[in-house]
Structure formats: C-alpha cells, structure tokens
Design a protein around this ligand. Structure first.
Ligand SMILES: [Zn+2]
Length: 420
C-alpha cells in the first residue's frame, strides 16, 4: 500500500514537471533563441524611438571579437548575432542605435530614428552559418510581429546607405556600402522566413540618388539565381584586394572613408599617407596598399548639407523645398533663416537664389526657436530633445547634436532645430 502510494506520488510529480516543461516550451518564443544582455555603455544615454518602420540587416565585415567590441563601444546595433547563433542585446530595442549612418529610403533620411539594426558576424558576400540562419530567423520573426513590420521592410544596410557627392561621384549616390548585401538574396531571405525584398531602389527611381555601384545594384534588385556563387571559402575574402590597381581606385576600396584620417595609404616607394593628406586622387600609384585603422566610428548622419560640397545650388540640395519653412539656412556670416522667411524679403531673396559657398542647409527640419527661461527645451523638442538628429546652435555659435548635450546644460538663447 505504502509502496503504491509512493508510486502514484512519483507519477504525479512526473506529470507536474512534464506539464511545466511543455508549457514553458510553448510559451517561450525565445526557445530557439539563445539571447542575452550585453548592453553598450551608451545604452543608458540613448533616447527612445517614436516609431519603428524598418529592420536593417548588417554584416560586421570582421571577426567576432573585434566587431563585438566596436559595436558595443559605439552602440551601433540593437542585436548582434555570433557565428554560433548566440544573440546579444547591445541597445534596448525601444531606443535608438546608430547603425545606418547616412541613409535614405523612400526619401526619408536618418533611418536610425525609425529602425532596428541587427549586426550579423560575417561578410557581405559570404553565406552565414546554419546557426545564424536559425537564430536570425527567430529574432526576425519576433521583431516583425512586435512592430508589425512587413517582409519588404526588412532591408539591408547596403540598400539604404547613400553617399554625398565626392571626387569620384559628383552626385548623391547609392553604393556607399555593401554591408549586409547577402540578405537581399531571395534564397537567403527564404531561409530567414522572409519573402522577396524590394524589387527596385525607390530613391534611384525618383532620381534622388544616382547609382555609384552597378554591380551592387544588380545584386540587390536582380540577384543571381543560385546562391552557390556566395558560398566561397572565407579566406578568399581575407585577401580581398586592398591594393590600388587600374580598375580598383581609392573609392572602390575605402568607399566614403577614402579621404579619412583613419585610412592609410602605403605607397610603393614607402611613403605612408593618411586619407586626409592626399590631394591628387587620380594619381595614386598602382600598387599602393590601403588599410584602415581599427574601431573607427560609423558616424555620418544626414545632418547638414553644404553649398559647394553637397551641390552647387539650393534647388540641387533642397529641391522644391528650397523656399519652404522646413528648409533652414546657415550662412557663413552667422545669419540663420528659413527658406519661407527669405522668400518674403527682397534682399534676402537674392541671397537665397545665390548663396555663397559654405552656406549650410537643414532640409525637412522644424525651426524650434530659442531656448528661454520660460520655454525650456522639453517644451520645444519634447522627447526628441536628445535625438542625434536634433541640432542645437549655442549662443557662442557652436553646433551640437542631441546626443552631445545634457538637458541641464542647454543655455538660454540656444536655437533648436528638430527633424520633421
Ligand atoms: Zn552596416
């Protein structure tokens, strides 16, 4: 009798635990996901996003440890997926991570404000691991559900990044980055539970941007049928040509980092020059080796456009909005006016039609006016006060972005500009 009772007790315990295990398994989406917190030190400072329209996929273009260190240090992603399928939270998914840099999609810029960024350890032209497929698929499934994001809005960094005009490309252009390129391939997307991505570049179609890398453009929108082309061994990429040749110029190697101080050019004669020290870009000798100094922050917000640098005329920079209230002009002599205001005055209209080189513009911005004692920043910018896309012009003329200011230290008399 006692024996029997013990038996049934054991059975009850076994059933009880089975139920618990099964219900935990069913309740938890994250079962397939080995996810843990490895927050960036910047996580606390980052503001919350007000909306989430896109998920942007990146490839680290480097090995696990170095990439993880850099992404954490600068808060450059919300999630980080290792080759073994481990996922780390780097920035709280509700906050802004700085992963997309200078970016545009359907005319909307600074996509950090409206997107979640996922860094996958790997290379733009190499297939990811089986474990990464499993983890990323589950991560995407959950995020798509939480934010109601359609498959066509799961994009790659290479799709949204764009470059300002430079010596190699005279127009604003697509092709600044190849980052995350493989996530445009239909076979990769299928394995990630995604339907086909966008079939064309909306900003190229609308002539907002030119194509600066036709090969990349073809891959993103008319990809090769077979994925096998991507399944090349990793060591091929380690020997990716970092040498200047006839068909491989500084831009194709370093893209928009070509003239940065952190890009090093080792000439065949032994001279070592930094990108910012080179003037004759078409005369770099064949055989020059290019290398990058580590841990450079990917940090180029849309921000200011400059006459002479980004284009020649206000129409080129702001289009039909050049005389709008949402286009703000910063003249070299310190004058700041909106396009709408300048249109109304005869003398200022002249300046508007012929701005001097060095005039800077913010397009699609709200002129927030001055910070006053009775008009604190919280009243002017609301929750956007510390957005990286919010700008401050201090009374001493200095310009700061929202992630550089502390709320208490914004002085009275500071002008505020908030992205629309
Ligand atoms: Zn990227």
């Amino acid at each position: 009798m006692i024996f029997k009772r013990q038996q049934s007790h054991k059975l009850k315990v076994a059933i009880f635990f089975t139920i618990i295990i099964v219900s935990v398994f069913l309740a938890s989406d994250s079962n397939a996901l080995k996810i843990s917190n490895l927050y960036s030190p910047l996580n606390k400072k980052r503001p919350y996003r007000s909306k989430t329209q896109y998920i942007i996929l990146h490839t680290t273009e480097g090995a696990l440890n170095g990439s993880l260190r850099k992404v954490r240090r600068f808060g450059e992603a919300h999630y980080f997926v290792t080759p073994t399928g481990r996922v780390y939270r780097i920035i709280n998914r509700r906050k802004i991570a700085t992963h997309a840099g200078r970016s545009m999609w359907k005319g909307q810029t600074t996509l950090d404000n409206v997107s979640i960024g996922i860094e996958v350890v790997g290379f733009h032209d190499k297939d990811i691991t089986r474990a990464q497929y499993i983890a990323l698929r589950e991560l995407l499934r959950q995020l798509k559900r939480i934010y109601h994001i359609k498959d066509k809005n799961v994009l790659t960094h290479s799709m949204v990044a764009y470059g300002r005009p430079n010596i190699f490309h005279t127009k604003k252009h697509r092709g600044r980055k190849k980052c995350g390129m493989i996530f445009a391939h239909p076979e990769v997307r299928r394995r990630l539970g995604l339907s086909a991505g966008p079939t064309k570049d909306p900003d190229v179609a609308a002539h907002r941007l030119a194509i600066a890398d036709h090969e990349l453009h073809r891959f993103l929108y008319k990809p090769p049928k077979v994925l096998a082309a991507l399944k090349r061994p990793a060591d091929q990429f380690a020997s990716c040509p970092m040498v200047i040749t006839k068909g491989n110029n500084a831009w194709s190697i370093a893209r928009d980092k070509y003239n940065n101080a952190s890009t090093i050019y080792l000439y065949p004669d032994g001279r070592r020059l930094r990108g910012n020290e080179i003037r004759e870009w078409n005369n770099i000798p064949v055989g020059t080796r290019v290398s990058f100094m580590d841990e450079e922050r990917e940090q180029e917000f849309e921000g200011f456009l400059e006459i002479g640098k980004d284009g020649k005329s206000v129409r080129e920079l702001a289009g039909d909005l050049y005389d709008d209230a949402t286009t703000i002009y910063f003249f070299p002599d310190g004058l700041i006016r909106t396009g709408a205001k300048m249109k109304k005055s005869a003398s200022l209209r002249k300046l508007l039609n012929n701005p001097p080189n060095g005039t800077r513009l913010l397009v699609g911005y709200i002129y927030g006016g001055y910070v006053q004692k009775r008009r604190p920043i919280s009243r002017i910018a609301g929750r956007r006060w510390n957005y990286p896309s919010t700008f401050y012009r201090l009374p001493n003329g200095r310009l700061l972005s929202g992630d550089e200011v502390e709320k208490k230290s914004i002085p009275v008399g500071t002008l505020v500009f908030i992205m629309k």
